[in-house]
Ligand binder design. Structure first.
Ligand code: ZN
Length: 481
């Protein structure tokens, strides 16, 4: 545990013994997400334990600890907590696929019995195994042969408190109710799910989200669409422009994987946070992120978040891959119906699959894979998007390598389709290219790119003059770390 964490805890420790229950609660709440983000999980857990203990002591009639006692105890507890399990979440210890002629059996092994349920989604055909938040401890999970009903599967966090397996199907199936087998012979709890082939018609009859989940998701969408209390309006009074940064993918959807193991979802989250800092340092923008942790957000919700904040600009961050590993460089995309070329259209299709990957129900008119139609009212928004894309590229090509051929491109990205919010999608580079992947792990590269984008944002809002190549060249990322 780093010293700063102990410092933070100790500082709170000084206060905690002298506050009553309400004071203690306030500490916990006021610490909130921001504080937790700045602390290790252990620190946060110890802090809560400390505040809880302090409350309990405060409630008792006699006992009190000196400040030194509290600090010593926190350090002691932090040290022992580092060695203890970090969480009491149930653990997924294993997964097996048994492929038989008449059925495919999917078995999940767990440390604790948990509520699991399954449902299926069509277009494309998938089975969702839905469960509370769990810890994943799968070493080299089994890969299906591809010959049975299971084409592939993935797992991870879908929403806070909600983990999932998503099983991609080769053919329509009937899904059995999950059967829970108690531990025996050293195994944990096993949940058995059988997938038996059926017709597409029968599959479609039952496909779709269960009613309560659908209600929860539309509730989440509504929440995303509701302007938060301290929203755009106050921002406008202060004349601050509002920028929403959208780190792509997240949680169960890891995006593209780099040749060096770098995952797109991690890269873009870190870059988004750096960009947010760069923008906030300049002080002229209010910045919001669509996600600030490793969690999946459906594409439509990302757009709704931008609209609810009345964003002046929406920047979605991604990284690309290409079967041709020599292809490299950054590119900036804006929305169009057709796409500037076949590759751009294919990329948009790939990025639009994000909801499919995470097991979002695409039923209804807002399908992420449905064609995107742009109405006339969007033309002005598109013009502003393009202006930003060009300004950003002028700076980015100084900071890093951009795609050789036409780095400003357009395609039908679902996440860019808010009619009234200028929006770009930046593919930071190719994780399939060794040089790109190597520089994308470097903090210095990430900062140079964040600064270039931040400069373009200021320029877009006339807070900074357009780029002067001679001065900007000093900011070039040199590859030296
Ligand atoms: Zn992506």
């Amino acid at each position: 545990m780093a010293i700063t964490h102990i410092g933070q805890i100790a500082r709170l420790g000084l206060i905690a013994p002298y506050t009553g229950r309400i004071g203690g609660m306030f500490l916990c709440l006021a610490g909130g997400p921001q504080m937790y983000r700045n602390m290790s999980l252990v620190g946060a857990a110890v802090l809560c334990a400390l505040v809880g203990a302090a409350q309990a002591q405060g409630a008792g009639p006699v006992r009190s600890e000196s400040v030194d006692d509290v600090i010593a105890r926190v350090i002691r507890e932090a040290a022992s907590a580092e060695n203890a399990p970090r969480s009491v979440l149930p653990v997924v210890m294993g997964a097996r696929i048994g492929e038989h002629e008449d059925r495919t059996r999917f078995v999940v092994e767990l440390s604790d019995p948990i509520n699991i349920r399954t449902f299926s989604l069509s277009n494309p055909n998938r089975v969702v195994v839905d469960m509370p938040a769990v810890q994943w401890r799968l070493d080299g999970p089994p890969r299906p042969s591809g010959l049975g009903s299971v084409r592939s599967y993935r797992y991870g966090l879908f929403r806070p408190g909600n983990s999932r397996f998503i099983i991609d199907l080769n053919r329509p199936v009937i899904v059995s109710s999950p059967l829970v087998i108690p531990p025996e012979g050293g195994s944990g709890y096993r949940v058995v799910i059988d997938l038996s082939p059926t017709t597409q018609t029968r599959f479609d009859e039952t496909a779709g989200w269960p009613a309560d989940l659908r209600a929860r998701e539309s509730q989440a969408e509504r929440l995303a669409a509701v302007a938060p209390a301290s929203s755009g309006q106050t921002g406008r009074v202060a004349q601050k422009r509002i920028v929403v940064i959208d780190p792509g993918h997240g949680g169960i959807d890891s995006g593209t994987n780099g040749t060096n193991g770098l995952m797109e979802k991690d890269l873009v989250l870190d870059e988004a946070i750096r960009l947010a800092h760069a923008l906030m340092q300049a002080g002229a923008c209010t910045v919001h992120l669509t996600r600030d942790s490793d969690i999946y957000i459906p594409l439509r919700e990302r757009r709704d978040i931008a609209r609810s904040w009345h964003a002046d600009l929406f920047i979605s961050l991604h990284a690309d891959s290409n079967p041709d590993r020599s292809v490299r460089g950054l590119s900036v995309y804006t929305l169009s119906e057709s796409g500037s070329d076949r590759e751009a259209a294919a990329l948009a299709r790939k990025e639009n699959q994000s909801d499919v990957i995470a097991g979002v129900d695409l039923g209804g008119e807002n399908s992420a894979v449905a064609p995107i139609l742009i109405d006339l009212e969007q033309r002005d928004t598109l013009n502003r998007s393009s202006r930003f894309a060009l300004g950003a590229l002028a700076r980015l090509k100084v900071a890093t390598d951009v795609l050789l051929r036409d780095p400003h491109r357009s395609a039908a990205f679902a996440v860019l389709k808010a009619p009234d919010v200028p929006a770009v999608l930046i593919e930071l580079g190719y994780l399939s290219n060794a040089e790109d992947a190597a520089q994308m792990v470097l903090p210095r590269w990430r900062n140079a790119v964040a600064d270039a984008i931040a400069g373009a944002v200021d320029e877009q809002f006339h807070l900074r003059p357009a780029i002067d190549d001679a001065t900007a060249s000093t900011a070039k990322f040199t590859g030296q770390e």
